[in-house]
Design a protein around this ligand. Structure first.
Ligand code: FE2
Ligand code: FE2
Length: 234
């Protein structure tokens, strides 16, 4: 077994979340599958049903790639809003510093989502999966653009709304990944060595890798839920 050497959970900007062993990742999958999903809000439900309508209900690598393209967007919007807020309060250094901590967190989550995206791209290329350019390249960018505007607007109007929407999105992603692993028992024996293993870590099987991604989504959800208690910059 090769440990996930690139892991960190100390606010760094690279790698997977936490430092779990393969058996621990299995436990986390069981935990997700036995947990209730969040009660999704109207916007989240609208997004999920739109994605199902366009990409089908079936869990496919291509559909997860679309999810990952969209997943980075709230963190990008929060990062931008936080930088603007720092400009406005730069004379209050302690507060500006606290806002900067949120920037660091957003950046770390964004990078983590980006590793997920790149791993999916690699798998899709390796398997020679054919994707329509319009449905899997153009349309996801349109969806991501709209989602960016919604996330940023909610964040400016009432940050808790934006955090809630993201918690719903991450909860959905967490459950979908853990279900995906359940649907593919053959992945338990399949080894996949990603070209970004130096950054994201080594995994004993494809199933193990996807359990880690599902766990990352849980961490993102918990961070957003944590901010629901104190959403505004102080
Ligand atoms: Fe992700
Ligand atoms: Fe996520």
């Amino acid at each position: 077994m090769v440990e996930n050497e690139a892991s960190n959970n100390d606010g760094g900007i690279k790698g997977a979340m936490g430092n779990l062993t393969p058996p621990e990742r299995k436990q986390e999958q069981t935990k997700t599958l036995s947990a209730q999903r969040r009660r999704y809000g109207v916007l989240a439900k609208l997004l999920f049903s739109s994605l199902d309508a366009v990409y089908g209900k079936e869990r496919s690598l291509s559909k997860f790639k679309v999810l990952e393209l969209v997943a980075r967007v709230p963190y990008q919007s929060w990062e931008q809003v936080a930088y603007i807020a720092i400009t406005h309060v730069s004379d209050r250094v302690a507060m500006a510093r606290r806002i900067h901590d949120r920037v660091l967190e957003s950046r770390s989550q964004q990078d983590n989502e980006q590793w997920h995206l790149l791993i999916l791209e690699e798998l899709i290329a390796e398997r020679g999966i054919d994707e329509s350019y319009l449905r899997y390249t153009v349309l996801p960018q349109v969806i991501a653009f709209i989602y960016y505007q919604v996330s940023a607007l909610l964040y400016v109007v009432r940050p808790s709304l934006s955090y809630r929407l993201n918690a719903d999105f991450e909860d959905h992603a967490e459950h979908e990944y853990m279900e995906l692993v359940l649907e593919h028992p053959e992945w338990e024996g399949e080894v996949f060595e990603s070209s970004i293993a130096a950054e994201y870590g080594h995994y004993e099987s494809l199933a193990d890798l996807f359990r880690q991604i599902g766990y990352d989504e849980r961490v993102h959800k918990l961070e957003s839920e944590g901010h629901l208690r104190e959403p505004r910059f102080r």
